[in-house]
Design a protein around this ligand. Structure first.
Ligand code: KIV
Ligand code: ZN
Length: 513
């Protein structure tokens, strides 16, 4: 029986730290359920002590997830650890993940603590956490750039206090595969009680090597847990990508000799859900989940694949959840057919009221779009107005006029809480006019950092347009996503979704702060 490689997903914690990727509790819960369907071993649901919003999200996920361990991050202090334990109380299987920086640079400049103080705080934190739960992970932040003798001393102490997993972060993405793999090997060889813990890798992608470094940590270092995110989401250049690491270990089982418990057919749905929720679009040539990952454009390749698939394909598209765009429902489909399709897609609605709201949206869409694909349904249930009862801004109506040579004009009606607002404006184009009309009433003063449009189902202008808008205001960056066959309407929805996120003011303490 091959060893198991534990897959620890941190999309909802480290991934969410990416500017603009912050998610609502409902969004996090929906993604957590997808991660459970994907059968990840551990879901890092958030950083409970960082804000009340994050506490509520971790708690909601802990209360709902049954098949994966649910974990919360906590700095190495009693308050953070108690908050994590409190949020995780309802979990069937819970883990507290506590951390403190151990590199000379971080200790001196950020923490302003001596190595001895850090050593003591790490030890006491793990002791405190172990009194609250049996499953405790410890991370020496910036571990890879830490002095190896000091790191050995800290890690030996926290293992003696009962840490069950030791995670070695390459916090700034500085590592090189061979060096990182050997670093973990050295730690495991030098620390006398290293066999009492599972070793884990956590790599950032600043030099584009997060996946390679993680795999080297597994192969050379003997790590048996990989920390990763869907689509490699994460701050700066992101984290190690779950889909790449899982498919590498699975496809090259001959080399790694390890088992992963992941249901790979759920990879593409998970990728789409994370992308649609955060507005972080997946690049077409991204391994495994990019739109081109299994497309064979060149004649020679197509010929080869038709003769024998494995001439050019090392994985099968359907094994990672790619399905051909299928027409699944149409205008005449009833509520039961719609509900059944939701179930087949693994989408769980909280209540019948949510199903009704989603069905109403579906009917509205089916009136305007003749063929409804799975992707349309996924976008539709991702719409805030279906899953969130407390969204502040809602689009009610939009009309715009544009003609070559004329300046476009838009009229927009939208709700702000209980109040109905009407606004109109000119603009450089119909999208610009619509957003200016909204802004004339909201007066958010937010700066737009990104506007992007994508077709939800590839290859046709009949597709719904999916718009992502990134706004910055008061030091916060948020993304809003909106989908509609009319891209002007999709844009207005995306703008209002971003304004809703700014409005929710869920400020938090940064994990690396
Ligand atoms: O990158 C990092 O160091 C982290 C730790 C908090 C685990 O995310
Ligand atoms: Zn990290």
């Amino acid at each position: 029986m091959a060893d198991k490689l534990i897959i620890f997903d941190t999309t909802l914690r480290d991934g969410e730290q990416s500017p603009g990727a912050s998610m609502t509790k409902e969004e996090k819960l929906r993604i957590a359920r997808q991660l459970e369907r994907l059968r990840v071993d551990v879901i890092e649901a958030g950083f409970a002590a960082s804000s009340n919003g994050d506490f509520d999200a971790v708690k909601a996920i802990a209360d709902s997830i049954k098949d994966s361990t649910v974990c919360s991050l906590a700095r190495a202090n009693d308050r953070d650890i108690s908050r994590a334990a409190e949020a995780l109380k309802g979990a069937r299987s819970a883990r507290i993940h506590t951390f403190i920086a151990t590199s000379a640079l971080h200790m001196e400049k950020k923490l302003r603590m001596t190595p001895d103080q850090v050593h003591e705080q790490a030890r006491l934190a793990v002791r405190f956490a172990r009194n609250l739960t049996g499953d405790v992970e410890f991370s020496p932040e910036d571990g890879y750039r830490s002095d190896v003798d000091f790191l050995c001393r800290v890690l030996e102490a926290v293992i003696a206090e009962g840490a069950t997993t030791i995670n070695i972060p390459d916090t700034v993405g500085y590592a090189i595969p061979e060096l990182y793999g050997n670093f973990i090997k050295t730690l495991r060889e030098r620390i006398p009680n290293s066999d009492k813990a599972i070793w884990s890798v956590h790599c950032h992608n600043d030099l584009g090597m997060a996946v390679a470094n993680s795999l080297a940590g597994v192969k050379l270092g003997g790590a048996r847990q990989v920390e990763c995110t869907i689509n490699g989401l994460g701050e700066r250049a992101g984290n190690c990508s779950l889909e790449e690491v899982v498919m590498a270990v699975r496809t090259r089982r001959d080399y790694f000799g390890l088992e992963v418990g992941i249901d790979t057919s759920q990879i593409v749905p998970a990728s789409r859900m994370v992308s649609q929720t955060t507005g972080f679009v997946v690049q077409p040539n991204k391994a495994v989940v990019g739109a081109n990952a299994f497309a064979h454009a060149s004649g020679i390749h197509q010929d080869g694949v038709l003769k024998a698939r494995d001439t050019y394909e090392i994985m099968r598209a359907e094994d990672v959840g790619w399905t051909a765009n299928k027409i699944v429902l149409g205008k005449l489909s009833g509520r039961n057919a719609f509900k059944q399709r939701l179930q087949e897609l693994g989408i769980e609605m909280e209540s019948e009221a949510e199903v009704n709201a989603a069905f109403a949206k579906f009917k509205d869409l089916a009136d305007r779009k003749s063929e409804i694909f799975d992707e349309d349904i996924i976008a539709l249930v991702g719409d805030e107005s279906v899953t969130t009862t407390h969204e502040h801004y809602r689009l009610l109506d939009l009309a715009q006029h544009s003609e070559m040579g004329e300046r476009p004009h838009a009229k927009v009606a939208f709700a702000a809480g209980e109040v109905e607002l009407h606004a109109e404006s000119d603009g450089n184009g119909p999208v610009d006019a619509s957003l200016k009309a909204i802004e004339s009433k909201v007066e958010s003063g937010a700066e737009m950092l990104l506007y992007s449009v994508n077709a939800i189902t590839s290859g046709s202008t009949e597709s719904q347009g999916e718009v992502t808008i990134r706004l910055q205001h008061g030091g916060r960056v948020v993304n809003g996503v909106g989908a509609d066959p009319d891209i002007v309407v999709a844009s207005a929805k995306a703008y209002l979704a971003a304004l809703n996120k700014l409005h929710s003011k869920n400020d938090r303490v940064a994990a690396q702060g």
